[in-house]
Design a binder for this molecule. Structure first.
Ligand SMILES: Cc1cc2nc3c(=O)[nH]c(=O)nc-3n(C[C@H](O)[C@H](O)[C@H](O)COP(=O)(O)OP(=O)(O)OC[C@H]3O[C@@H](n4cnc5c(N)ncnc54)[C@H](O)[C@@H]3O)c2cc1C
Length: 339
């Protein structure tokens, strides 16, 4: 350990599907990697896992992440439970990360900190049992069911109309707030059979199995619903993005290239932090791309002709190019057959 922190080739901040996949690739490709994760996050909120081929619905987000963490640790990565508060590139060209009692120094950083869904005010149905944050994951559950969308922005109006692809019973709940969608969207909305309900929600009713059965409104009316989607926006966990000077898009996402490197050399962003669909397979694909790109930059061999001219031929004591910690873990992994 250096004076200013534990040294790694790669530091991944955020241990959701995006960060853990990036770490899986950098580790299995031979680079000494640490994942620092506060815990929680969007994947941890999943009552069931949908849209992930090979993973069945009965697997919760917590179980999915637990398996992923074990895989990454078994390949030789370090996993640290903690919150990174500050990140900066110092004169040594490396990234220095700090949070609580933890200090890390790394050549490459992967930011996989995701975002937090803006929550509506209570009363609310239980998450995953009538309150859902992912239309592409959960609309399938509501085919021919009665559903609601909460919100007053463009996204709420659009999602209400999109849900008509799945069911003919969709209400849009503004909860006493003035709608902010455009006049054009309003005309579009009025041409679709979506009922806009303006009264505030005062009560929630559930089935014996804990699922939402209906919502009570302040005018005394009760409407039956199986579930729905609050649409109040996303708070990006972008403090480190800002500290490192990475550019962001107008919607709060981080600007990345095809390899998921940000506008700052050596800093990558993957998962919900980046533009595009907010889905586990997408986050995992981004993590894989970033991990492989990092390997291309960090791997020792083949040496270029310039390097050979400056340093001479590759000596036998220079090989293999793999980090010692990962080499040891790989031997142990092979010996135990543990995965
Ligand atoms: C209720 C719900 C259900 C969903 N269901 C599905 C589904 O069935 N199928 C599907 O494909 N998608 C689903 N999604 C979407 C999916 O969860 C996300 O797209 C995915 O989790 C994004 O992965 P990520 O790694 O970018 O972020 P996250 O999973 O949000 O992980 C980010 C991690 O970073 C940590 N972190 C943040 N800041 C710091 C910091 N400074 N230091 C250390 N750690 C930090 C957080 O604590 C968190 O652990 C669902 C989302 C929600 C909210």
């Amino acid at each position: 350990m250096a004076d200013d922190g534990q040294e790694y080739e790669v530091a991944v901040v955020g241990g959701g599907p995006g960060g853990l996949t990036a770490a899986l690739y950098t580790t299995r490709l031979g680079h000494d990697t640490v994942v620092v994760n506060r815990g929680g996050g969007r994947a941890a909120m999943m009552a069931e896992t949908h849209n992930v081929i090979g993973v069945t619905e009965d697997v919760s987000g917590m179980e999915f992440l637990q398996t992923a963490r074990e895989q990454v640790k078994n390949y030789g990565a370090d996993y640290v439970r903690g919150y990174i508060e500050t990140a900066e590139r110092r004169d040594d060209g490396r990234f220095h990360l700090h949070g609580g009692d933890n200090d890390f120094v790394a050549e490459k950083v992967v930011l996989a900190t995701g975002f937090t869904d803006v929550q509506p005010d209570p009363p609310l149905p239980p998450t995953g049992r009538g309150l859902h944050y992912c239309v592409h994951c959960d609309a399938y559950m509501f085919v021919d069911e009665s559903v609601y969308v909460m919100g007053v922005g463009e996204a709420a109006a659009q999602v209400a109309m999109i849900l008509l692809n799945f069911t003919d019973d969709v209400d849009l709940l503004t909860r006493g707030e003035e709608p902010r969608w455009s006049d054009e969207t309003n005309r579009q909305l009025r041409a679709h059979p979506v009922d806009v309900v303006h009264e505030e929600v005062v009560g929630i009713e559930k089935d014996d199995d804990g699922w939402l059965s209906g919502i009570e409104f302040e005018d005394g009316r009760f409407r039956e619903y199986r579930g729905g989607f609050p649409m109040y926006g996303s708070d990006y966990n972008a403090e480190l993005v800002e500290q490192l000077g990475c550019e962001r898009n107008d919607d709060g996402t981080v600007v990345v290239d095809d390899a998921f490197e940000t506008t700052v050399d050596g800093v990558y962003a993957v998962g919900d932090l980046t533009p595009g669909h907010k889905q586990i397979p997408v986050a995992m694909g981004e993590g894989a791309n970033a991990g492989i790109d990092i390997h291309y930059d960090l791997r020792t061999f083949p040496k270029s002709l310039d390097e050979i001219e400056a340093e001479g031929d590759v000596a036998s004591d220079e090989i293999p190019g793999i980090a010692d910690e990962v080499r040891e873990a790989a031997r142990e992994f092979r010996a135990t057959g543990d995965d």
